[in-house]
Design a protein around this ligand. Structure first.
Ligand SMILES: NC(=O)c1ccc[n+]([C@@H]2O[C@H](COP(=O)([O-])OP(=O)(O)OC[C@H]3O[C@@H](n4cnc5c(N)ncnc54)[C@H](O)[C@@H]3O)[C@@H](O)[C@H]2O)c1
Length: 442
């Protein structure tokens, strides 16, 4: 069993620390955010992640999991220091590495024993070498014995614990074989394939993976838009494509496009890296453009359905987090739709099962409702923006009676359009051109 320090208690760091503790290691979890650490010490989760609280409680009780804001204390006996701080977008789309730099400097200041530093944050290719340089420069003559390993994280918010414990693969990159193998032993209990490569390749695997998944979603959204015009149904097109083993069905759901704390910033950062080094990331640019366009298309269709103007229209929005089962609203498609609606003079009322607290801070003007029925009250249209289970089987007759104009914009293709039309709604899905055409024929 090893002694591990995890730095940065966000979605990735907290899950990493908790899961390594659950595997029997002693884990010191560190964050500079005092309120976050105080909450964790009291057993209060600073983020919503299904199953997390229970694993934290179990490991704190077993005295394997500790929380602190003190670097010296967290690193005192650590054999491994995992970096899991944020790498948000900078002004030009580049990854902002200020938090990674701060951590590198703190490590250089606080450690006096050999250590393996493992980077889990998503960082531009070459960052591992840059972090090593920062530490060497900071230490000067008082050299620190350390090795750097890149270990990009692939977990998804909402299923983070199970993703960490059952990964498709673990990627480890380093120039030092011994260091990389010592990190591999931490993952051995998971019995997952472990890919060992060099530092830069590991860093690139993360960006390439996220960019590819974003590309699949933008691809099916482009197909959806063509389906709408030509009278085909993108849901069945995706099923038909997905049965081909070379293609597969995952990440082929047409909708509002991708968002969240990773895809948007990672695709941007990869494109930025490419341009900086003289290549032309045309595909990545198109993937981003299609994604923004999906949000605009939804608003355009609402405008058309409501007589050409959205001024003073009341639009109900169901779902605010960037995807179900998380409270994370970073780059949430719903928020972009809300901004577009507000820019056109609409009033927005909304509900989300977990993200309301975060939205109240960011968009105080949005009227937050207690449940989906309150969102429907007096609304001129209802938009499904995040496909929480709670929204899948609503009492639509009740919703019909509550709305001012019965228009449903199902931008996640979750509802049964035909049944809803029977109730009396005007229903729009994404890429459901066959239904639009059938309507035209009626
Ligand atoms: N969220 C995801 O689903 C996900 C998945 C895979 C990879 N990633 C990557 O993992 C990294 C972390 O993402 P996240 O979503 O967990 O971030 P987050 O913003 O939720 O959390 C980052 C934490 O780091 C802390 N921090 C900042 N500076 C610090 C410092 N100097 N010392 C100690 N703590 C510090 C912050 O207080 C915060 O609690 C990012 O690079 C992200 O791209 C995220």
């Amino acid at each position: 069993m090893s002694n591990i320090c995890v730095i940065g208690m966000g979605y990735v760091g907290l899950v990493t620390g908790v899961c390594f503790a659950d595997l029997g290691n002693t884990v010191n979890c560190l964050d500079i955010d005092h309120s976050r650490i105080e909450k964790l010490k009291k057993g209060v989760m600073p983020i919503y992640e299904p199953g997390l609280e229970e694993v934290v409680e179990r490991n704190v009780k077993a005295k394997r999991l500790f929380f602190t804001t003190n670097y010296a204390q967290a690193l005192k006996d650590a054999e491994f220091a995992f970096i899991a701080v944020g790498t948000p977008s900078g002004v030009n789309g580049e990854a902002d590495l200020q938090y990674v730099r701060d951590v590198a400097e703190s490590i250089a200041e606080e450690i006096n024993h050999p250590i393996t530093i493992v980077n889990k944050s998503t960082v531009p290719v070459g960052t591992g070498d840059w972090v090593a340089d920062i530490i060497r420069k900071k230490r000067g003559k008082n050299a620190l014995r350390f090795h750097l390993v890149s270990n990009p994280e692939f977990l998804r918010e909402g299923t983070a614990i199970s993703d960490f414990m059952n990964p498709d693969r673990v990627v480890l990159g380093s120039l030092n074989r011994e260091a990389v193998e010592s990190v591999a032993t931490l993952y051995q209990p998971l019995r997952a394939p472990i890919l060992i490569t060099d530092l830069r390749t590991a860093e690139m695997i993360k960006y390439a993976s996220n960019a590819f998944l974003a590309t699949r979603v933008s691809f099916i959204n482009e197909i959806a838009n063509i389906c709408e015009e030509l009278g085909a149904d993108v849901r069945e097109v995706a099923d038909g494509m997905g049965l081909d083993k070379r293609i597969g069905r995952t990440f082929l759901d047409a909708g509002l496009g991708w968002g969240g704390s990773c895809f948007p910033k990672d695709v941007k950062a990869l494109a930025h890296m490419a341009i900086l080094h003289g290549t032309h990331p045309q595909l990545l640019q198109a993937v981003m453009e299609i994604n923004h366009n999906q949000r605009r298309r939804v608003v355009m269709r609402l405008r058309q359905a409501l007589g050409g103007k959205l001024v003073d229209k009341v639009i109900g929005v169901l779902g605010l987090s960037f995807k179900p089962n998380t409270d994370d609203i970073r780059e949430a498609p719903a928020l972009e739709v809300i901004h577009l609606l507000e820019n056109e003079g609409a009033e927005v009322q909304a509900y989300d099962p977990q993200a309301m607290e975060n939205v109240a801070k960011e968009l105080p003007e949005v009227k937050l409702c207690k449940n989906p029925y309150q969102v429907a009250e007096g609304a001129d249209a209802l938009v499904l923006t995040t496909e929480w289970n709670e929204f899948k089987q609503l009492d639509f007759k009740r919703i019909y009676s509550l709305m001012r104009t019965p228009i449903l914009m199902d931008s996640r293709n979750q509802w049964d359009g035909n049944a809803l039309r029977e109730i009396g709604f005007t229903y729009f899905g994404i890429g459901q051109g066959n239904q639009v055409n059938n309507n035209k024929r009626d």
